[in-house]
Design a protein around this ligand. Structure first.
Ligand code: NAD
Length: 498
């Protein structure tokens, strides 16, 4: 059995805690590897390596730091097929979808190739008599990232690319469910010229996360995962004096106005609801048609498309979606479909009991559609994280707007309409972080920032874009005056510009 260890100080290191977790092939249900779960001492060894390597890296000219990312991007492109297949083999999503996962991370690496410009400070000449004032952005030191299973390529790169480009050393604690790709990324960073110790991958579970949150030498923590853990990580990191940005779960709505192009809206819902088996934090899981007639047309067009979804293992090049990641996820999603039936929602397409010939032990759930879902139902309130779409019928635009406004989560939302006024009003009034106008999954590109509102995000700086440069650096402001500008005698009054 393959044993996945850690990557510390530029080398593969076997786990020593004696604790491991199984890594499955979600299409077959077979255990394909075990992954080491780090102890406090193993995490500490990674921090020591990071701490020792960081000052020299921080002192490296920013153009040279950027060159590592230029090379890394080249290596990602050269090895794309192998990387995407490795990702899919543990996650279960199609290889093409895994390429999308990696490319969205690669784009953040392209963005940080501009670090010489991005990390430049500010300068004011003559801020006072013979006084110049300037602000510089220095790395925080050692940073850590804790990532979820659903984007094992993109999300680690969201974090380590800006952190490292800014001159920090980094500890990545990936999801224990699909840990192989993050280790491979660390190998490629070394091949791209990164000094050993700057990017360390420590595998593990809660014990490793708690060791990160209490380690005195880790200055900043970035987290992406479910809301209860995001809330816990944010609180614990802050209590231990660390800077933290923590992103949680979601329940993304798509409003379909009566004037929307229905074919476009239906195609968008298919991709955004069922792509990656619904295991995306920006998946659309609630469709809100405005008016009965819109709702009837929507459901009528959705049903045959859902029934003809092609579901297969990652090796099936024509598959639209694959299995769920684990047996637990499979049981949870099936349980929530049962719950929706108990609550009285109308189950229009039932994905329970879907079996794929030759893959009977895989974690496949078929595309599922509920109609007449009500806001008080558990299936509306809960993030299902599976291929389950709920239709909540709204009488008018104001009722439709109220649904995502009142929902606990605030990650993404979309509106389908041809009416510019409605779209503008929607984007202006909604209390959600990422808005799509005729775009179902409005994940911002690398040079803008990614982040939700409400229970989808804790902390005040987002992922990538210029926010990430602010998160991974500390501002230092210098006020400088030379002896020729200094008056004789002590000044006891608070200096002002009066
Ligand atoms: P998860 O919360 O179970 O795990 C995330 C990370 O936290 C993993 O590294 C895991 O090892 C660690 N962890 C798990 N339990 C822990 C505990 N008790 N204490 C400390 N650490 C713990 O999330 P997941 O199932 O891997 O990912 C799916 C979730 O992530 C969904 O809720 C999804 O919406 C969310 N997500 C959010 C975004 C976003 O940007 N908002 C992006 C992707 C995924």
């Amino acid at each position: 059995m393959r044993e996945i260890g850690h990557f510390i100080g530029g080398k593969h290191v076997a786990g020593t805690s004696g604790r491991t977790s199984n890594v499955y092939n979600p299409a077959t249900g077979e255990v394909q590897a075990t992954v080491a779960l780090a102890s406090v001492d193993e995490l500490r060894a990674a921090v020591e390596n990071a701490k020792a390597a960081q000052p020299k890296w921080a002192a490296t000219n920013p153009q040279r730091r950027a060159r590592v990312f230029f090379k890394f991007v080249e290596l990602l492109n050269q090895n794309m097929d192998e990387l995407a297949t490795l990702l899919s083999s543990e996650h279960g999503k199609t290889v093409e979808d895994s390429k999308g996962d990696i490319i969205r991370g690669l784009e953040v690496c392209e963005f940080v190739c501009g670090i010489p410009h991005l990390q430049k400070g500010e300068f004011t000449e003559g801020a006072g008599p013979a006084i110049d004032m300037y602000s510089i952005r220095q790395p925080v030191g050692v940073g850590a990232g804790i990532t979820p299973f659903n984007f094992p390529g993109m999300i680690p790169m969201w974090m380590f690319a800006p952190a490292i480009a800014c001159g920090n050393a980094f500890i990545l604690k990936p999801s224990e469910r699909d840990p192989s790709l993050p280790i491979r990324l660390a190998e490629l960073m070394i091949e791209a010229g990164l000094p050993a110790g700057i990017l360390n991958v420590v595998n593990g579970d809660k014990a490793a996360v708690d060791a990160i949150l209490t380690d005195p030498d880790i200055a900043a923590v970035s987290f992406v995962g479910s809301t209860p853990i995001a809330r816990y990580v944010y609180g614990t990191a802050a209590m231990n004096g660390k800077r933290a940005q923590c992103f949680g779960g979601a329940k993304n709505h798509m409003i379909i106005m009566p004037d929307a192009d229905m074919d476009q809206a239906v195609n968008a819902l298919m991709g955004a609801g069922y792509g990656s088996a619904g295991e995306r934090c920006m998946a659309v899981s609630v469709a809100v048609p405005v008016g009965e007639e819109t709702a009837n047309r929507l459901v009528e067009k959705l049903v045959p498309k859902i029934e003809s979804l092609r579901i297969g293992p990652y090796t099936d090049e024509k598959a639209d979606m694959g299995p769920l990641v684990t047996k637990d996820a499979y049981n949870r999603v099936n349980g929530l479909i049962d719950r929706g039936v108990e609550e009285g929602a109308k189950l229009v397409v039932d994905g329970r009991g879907f079996k794929l010939q030759g893959y009977e032990d895989g974690y496949f759930v078929g595309g599922t559609l509920f109609d007449h879902v009500k806001p008080e139902m558990d299936i509306y309130k809960t993030e299902i994280f599976g291929p389950v779409l709920s239709v909540v019928r709204a009488k008018n635009y104001e009722d439709a707007l109220e649904l995502p406004m009142k929902h606990e989560y605030g990650n993404g939302v979309a509106i389908y309409t041809r009416d510019g006024d409605a779209a503008r009003d929607f984007a202006s009034r909604i209390n959600i972080g990422m808005i799509g106008v005729n775009v179902p999954i409005p994940v911002p590109l690398a040079y803008h920032s990614f982040g939700g509102w409400k229970a989808s995000s804790f902390g005040d700086l987002n992922q990538h874009g210029t926010d990430s440069i602010k998160f991974w650096t500390r501002t230092k402001t210098i006020t400088a005056r030379w002896p020729s500008g200094i008056k004789d005698g002590a000044e006891f009054v608070m200096p002002t510009m009066k």
